[in-house]
Ligand binder design. Structure first.
Ligand SMILES: [Fe+2]
Length: 290
């Protein structure tokens, strides 16, 4: 009857997916990855199949598929897993703004711009259940305007677990970039401080890890560890210094290799584009926009 959190790491995109099991057979899947190869345009279900095998072997019932945001570095496997297991596909309500911005850049007329591709849109503070688990959506804008973190309370009295999306990374990596359309380092700082106001033993589960100096990928650190050791935002680093650091650093970062395919799939809630009359589906490459 104990909550368990199983991480899966996709090395190609440095992304963590989580299966959160309530201990009685109900679970949620957070940020599942569908593989994609840019050179050939082929999708690869292998990362999602590893999660599917885990869920099937344990006979888990998938209640929810939670996206922390519209990712720009990998395609979502939400619809792929929902087809097999069911569950409600959810994201923050701010996805409508992200759909408007990128729907216009990519000129995608099939994208709703009201979030209706998803089964559920969360506002800040909305609560929901995963079997016997109680969860709360926390708006954490900054990396994108629509980022959500998901706090899961432990029914057995242990510290809560929070899936923080692209806000904090591991303490030795720092924080997420803020230079995508709608990103804002000031908002990210405030969002992160709201996470760091949680009790010190709260476990924060990151969406990515880019381990430096040959350390193995790691998926979680406590609030106390982040407050004392995060290289970008530990206690004592003020908002102005953080914003200056983030702006300078973001200028040095390359565009993610899979940004163009990821964004136009993920604002469709992970669905691939509708096929053309010849039966083939196409992604778009906007010229000279990025
Ligand atoms: Fe992201």
């Amino acid at each position: 009857m104990t909550i368990s959190i199983q991480p899966f790491f996709d090395r190609a995109t440095s992304t963590f997916t989580y299966v959160v099991d309530d201990g009685t057979g109900d679970c949620a899947i957070v940020d599942p990855v569908l593989g994609f190869e840019m050179a050939t345009g082929r999708t690869d279900p292998a990362p999602a199949d590893a999660i599917a095998a885990f869920v099937a072997a344990r006979g888990l019932c998938v209640r929810r598929l939670l996206e922390t945001h519209a990712h720009a570095d990998h395609l979502s496997a939400g619809p792929y897993l929902r087809r097999r297991f069911g569950g409600r596909l959810a994201i923050g309500a701010g996805i409508a703004d992200v759909q408007r911005v990128f729907g216009n850049i990519f000129h995608l007329e099939d994208v709703s711009r009201d979030g209706s591709e998803f089964d559920q849109l969360f506002a800040n503070g909305d609560t929901f259940s995963i079997g016997r688990l109680r969860a709360t959506a926390m708006a954490v804008p900054g990396h994108t305007p629509a980022d959500m973190a998901y706090r899961i309370d432990d029914p057995d009295g242990g510290p809560p677990a929070v899936f923080v999306g692209d806000t904090l990374f591991m303490p030795d990596v720092g924080t997420a970039r803020c230079d995508f359309p709608g990103g804002d380092p000031r908002l990210l700082y405030r969002s992160i401080r709201s996470l760091l106001d949680l009790p010190g033993d709260t476990m924060l589960y990151v969406c990515h890890d880019y381990p430096p100096n040959g350390r193995e990928p790691a998926c979680r650190a406590s609030v106390a560890e982040q407050r004392s050791g995060n290289i970008h935002v530990r206690d004592g680093i003020e908002e102005g210094a953080f914003v200056a650091m983030r702006r300078a650093r973001d200028k040095t970062l390359a565009i993610p290799a899979l940004m163009l395919p990821s964004v136009q799939v993920n604002i469709r809630a992970g669905r691939l584009p509708p096929p053309d009359a010849n039966g083939t589906a196409y992604l778009r490459i906007p010229l000279n926009r990025f």
